[in-house]
Design a protein around this ligand. Structure first.
Ligand code: PLP
Ligand code: TYF
Length: 398
């Protein structure tokens, strides 16, 4: 049988992951994929999650299917984390939800629903963005465009350009926004700028789709959800995709949630029903283990406090790595160009390194990053930082 299939190029992040896995050099460093590593270079097992795991095991319970919409406890406990206590209570009645396979699953199911609600709508995505945003919206058959977000000249966020581009979009366009810790640039709007953005979204009848994959890694758990809370005050149809992969260090458990805030209880019921049908035709229902772990942590005030402290410690460690890297690069002849790394937030930095320089980091130094210059700061530690800084200075010295 002849297979009529042309080669499928992997996205830039997955390509970086593959090249890292295939690299036999024992001293290799992975600044490609977005995962948080601790000071010892390990993916942490959070104490709050470990305790939740002990408790779940001691209950000796079976493993039934989750209901079609997922674990309601997870949704109930996560809503205040995302929307804030007061707003969550106000929104609960008119918000549809479904538990998903990771944040990726939430973006995909959200894209399917957006397509069903507004079949002719285009999706507009920040330039640059997480490559899977475009792939997902194309996969559901949507037309995709981009809005200005990052200014290469000033190495900074371009909010004026963004507002101008959003203001020109046709009504009903789905606008994909990064709730915090923009991937890949690390630059987020300020709360005042989010207010402007929310105003433009509302005035022009645009549909915000907020992807919240790094809550807690920017300025803190509450501050990082300001985007969602501000937009929820001005717009009455909002998609919010949530990933718990990073914030609970539960990557392979694939826990995510999709919220769709609508105008009424009746609309929410319609959207929820469609969400369950979409999920049913994909994989029936989401996996239970990670969802149970997170619901256990969020449902116990003491475990929740432990988790918030651990999340804060991860956030602060990345800030230290940012400062230390900028210090160690300062003496090089492109030193000043790396200063923005300190102003960026989240796991990533859009380092400004060229494709050729990223290639030389990999070939000459076994340091792997994404081809567009994105590096994951959360993979740095006191042990590998000096050699990474030295290598960056070397490849960027010409
Ligand atoms: N959205 C963004 C912007 C991301 O960077 C990621 C993961 O890296 C996701 C969504 C999805 O996360 P996951 O499917 O691992 O929960
Ligand atoms: O690093 C990133 O941008 C993500 C990480 O199943 C990722 O793409 C990798 C694998 C996966 C989900 C997310």
């Amino acid at each position: 049988m002849l297979i009529n299939l042309s080669p499928t190029p992997p996205d830039a992040v997955m390509l970086a992951a593959r090249l890292f896995a295939e690299d036999p050099r024992p001293h290799k460093v992975n600044l490609g994929i977005g995962m948080y590593y601790d000071e010892e270079g390990r993916i942490p097992q959070l104490a709050a999650v470990r305790e939740a795991d002990h408790r779940l095991r001691s209950r000796n319970r079976p493993w039934p299917y989750l209901p079609a919409e997922g674990l309601v406890d997870l949704k109930n406990k996560a809503m205040p984390v995302v929307f804030g206590e007061d707003q969550a209570d106000d929104l609960r009645r008119r918000t549809a939800w479904i538990q998903t396979v990771g944040g990726t699953g939430a973006v995909r199911i959200g894209a399917e629903l957006a397509r069903a609600i507004a079949p002719d709508a285009m999706a507009s995505i920040s330039d640059p963005s997480w490559p899977n945003h475009e792939a997902i919206f194309r996969a559901v058959g949507a037309r995709v465009s981009s809005y200005r977000y990052y200014d290469v000249e000033s190495c900074d966020i371009d909010v004026d350009g963004m507002l101008e581009d959003l203001g020109r979009l046709p009504r009903g366009t789905v606008v994909v926004l990064h709730g915090c810790c923009h991937n890949p640039t690390g630059f987020d709007p300020t709360p005042a700028q989010w207010n402007h953005i929310a105003q433009v979204l509302a005035d022009h009848g645009l549909i915000p789709f907020i992807d919240l994959a790094y809550q807690g890694f920017g300025e803190g758990l509450e501050a990082d959800a300001q985007s969602v809370r501000i937009i929820a005050q001005s717009c009455n149809l909002i998609f919010v995709s949530v990933s718990f992969s990073k914030s609970f260090s539960l990557y392979g458990e694939r826990v995510g949630l999709l919220f769709v805030v609508t105008e009424s209880e009746a609309q929410a019921a319609l959207v929820g029903e469609r969400a369950r049908a979409v999920s049913r035709a994909l994989y029936s229902s989401a996996p239970s283990n990670g969802a149970l772990l997170i619901a256990e942590v969020l449902g116990d005030p003491q475990l929740k406090t432990t988790w918030i402290d651990e999340l804060d410690a991860m956030r602060r460690r990345i800030l230290l790595m940012r400062a230390e890297l900028v210090d160690q690069l300062a003496g090089g002849n492109r030193g000043a160009n790396f200063a923005p790394i300190k102003a960026q937030r989240g796991l990533f930095s859009y380092s400004g390194l060229t494709r050729t320089e990223i290639e030389r980091l990999r070939v000459d130094h076994a340091i792997h990053a994404v081809g567009d210059g994105r590096i994951c700061l959360a993979a740095l530690n006191a042990g590998n930082l000096p050699s990474v800084a030295a290598a960056i200075r070397q490849v960027s010295s010409r």
